[in-house]
Design a protein around this ligand. Structure first.
Ligand SMILES: Cc1cc2nc3c(=O)[nH]c(=O)nc-3n(C[C@H](O)[C@H](O)[C@H](O)COP(=O)(O)OP(=O)(O)OC[C@H]3O[C@@H](n4cnc5c(N)ncnc54)[C@H](O)[C@@H]3O)c2cc1C
Length: 406
């Protein structure tokens, strides 16, 4: 069969499903295609920052209404810092919900908005002069005026269109699990930046405990480490996760860890080949993930909105990378450079104690936590936010060679 749409969206994770809602609300005929049936699991920390909540508010999607968190608590190197979500941002609360439920919820909203869900794997794109004419889903041929590719980290369809992931840049390896906890209603997300293995060596990453609310009675507990092709993190994430959970068990009253799963994460825009004449890659497929903390749902939701608002453009080949550059380019380059520092084993033990203890820590860390939560806005006037932007400009001048959606 030949199926015809105005907009075909490949991948129904948060990025694709959000794009489907925006496109359907704009009056387009939309296909939302996924190789999985929903609900389906996705390896994730399940944390939603106010930035993600703001986008969800725009989509009129209410998530886990009985649980809200107020910000981030960072621990390690003998110190602890509390960083409330900034009050200057339009949304001041975060939450968390297992991806099995969260993703199914957005897909349901996409269907309600009028998108047609198609179950199947998209492949075999037929491209003529940069124009994606058609592709296959099982025995069907799909044609669409515009195609939005939101097929996640591996981006199997994106690869067929020429997407390249630059593994010389920093990328993440991460694992998550679930455990019951009497503290599931705790209104703060917690991160432990002094992540040690059983031999007592500090690892290049951080652990997290994200409460999921009293209704679920669970927390998401996981960890992420940073790697580059030349300095791969030599860690067994699942083993380290067991050890981390053991260390936190008493304080959090944790039950046994369940559903342990791990994944790789391209970050900070370190991919190229993200657009052609009538197609664009969004979300994880375009490596729109914060290199400092691995968060990408907020970027996925934002790039969905940005992509749909670009549909009127005659050619996305240059327009889409330029849109991504101006939205995230400088911040991503700086964050990637900062994240790269963390891949040097000697960096954290030296910098950690300064950052988390004493007067410098008290001044810097709340702002650093906001950076980790992707919440630096133009109104954010504090010291580190300004330094971030200044250094961002410096880095974009000096690191022109660095691949960024080029
Ligand atoms: C361990 C870990 C912890 C994380 N924690 C957080 C966190 O706490 N907060 C946060 O914001 N982010 C977090 N992230 C990142 C977050 O998971 C991603 O940024 C987010 O899932 C991106 O959404 P997406 O829609 O772009 O891709 P995905 O959610 O991966 O969705 C892609 C979809 O495409 C489908 N698909 C793929 N190929 C095809 C094909 N050819 N045809 C049809 N369908 C296809 C897949 O089935 C899938 O449903 C974490 C990541 C990891 C690995």
């Amino acid at each position: 069969m030949e199926l015809k749409f105005d907009v075909a969206i490949i991948g129904a994770g948060p990025s694709g499903a959000a794009a489907a809602i925006h496109a359907a609300k704009a009056g387009h005929q939309v296909a939302l295609i996924d190789s999985a049936q929903f609900p389906r699991d996705k390896t994730c920390g399940d944390g939603l920052t106010p930035r993600a909540m703001h986008q969800l508010g725009n989509l009129e999607i209410l998530v886990n209404p009985s649980y809200r968190n107020k910000g981030l608590k960072l621990h390690g190197f003998g110190g602890s810092v509390t960083a409330p979500w900034p009050q200057s941002y339009p949304c001041t609360e975060g939450t968390a919900l297992p991806r099995t439920d969260f993703d199914a919820l957005i897909v349901e909203h996409a269907r309600t908005a009028g998108a047609q869900f198609i179950h199947g794997t998209a492949n075999a794109p037929h491209v003529v002069d940069g124009q994606l004419r058609s592709f296959h889903v099982g025995a069907d041929t799909v044609t669409a005026r515009w195609v939005i590719v939101a097929d996640g980290v591996r981006s199997t369809f994106g690869k067929q269109l020429g997407r390249i992931w630059h593994k010389g840049e920093v990328y993440g390896i991460a694992a998550r699990s679930y455990a019951t906890s009497p503290k599931a209603a705790e209104p703060w997300m917690h991160s432990h930046v002094e992540l040690k293995n059983a031999a007592g060596e500090v690892q290049p990453g951080y652990g997290w405990i994200f409460p999921l609310g009293s209704e679920l009675g669970m927390v998401n507990i996981g960890l992420g480490a940073l790697s580059t092709a030349t300095r791969p993190a030599k860690i067994n994430t699942k083993k380290l996760l067991d050890y981390y959970a053991e260390q936190q068990r008493e304080e959090w009253g944790l039950g046994p860890v369940e559903k342990v799963a791990s994944a790789l994460l391209p970050m900070g825009g370190a991919v190229s080949g993200v657009a052609g004449k009538n197609w664009m890659l969004i979300g994880d497929a375009a490596a729109c993930v914060n290199p400092l903390n691995g968060e990408g749902i907020d970027y996925g939701l934002e790039t969905a909105a940005m992509a749909v608002s670009l549909l009127a453009e005659p050619d996305f080949t240059r327009a889409w990378p330029q849109t991504l550059q101006s939205a995230y380019g400088e911040a991503f380059l700086l964050a990637r450079t900062a994240a790269r520092l963390l891949t040097y084993p000697q960096f954290l033990p030296l910098a950690g104690p300064v950052a988390l203890r004493g007067p410098v820590g008290r001044m810097l860390m709340p702002a650093a936590a906001r950076l980790m939560g992707n919440l630096v806005t133009d109104e954010d006037r504090d010291l580190v936010a300004r330094a971030w932007r200044l250094a961002g400009r410096g880095i974009s001048l000096t690191r022109r060679d660095s691949p960024l959606w080029s």
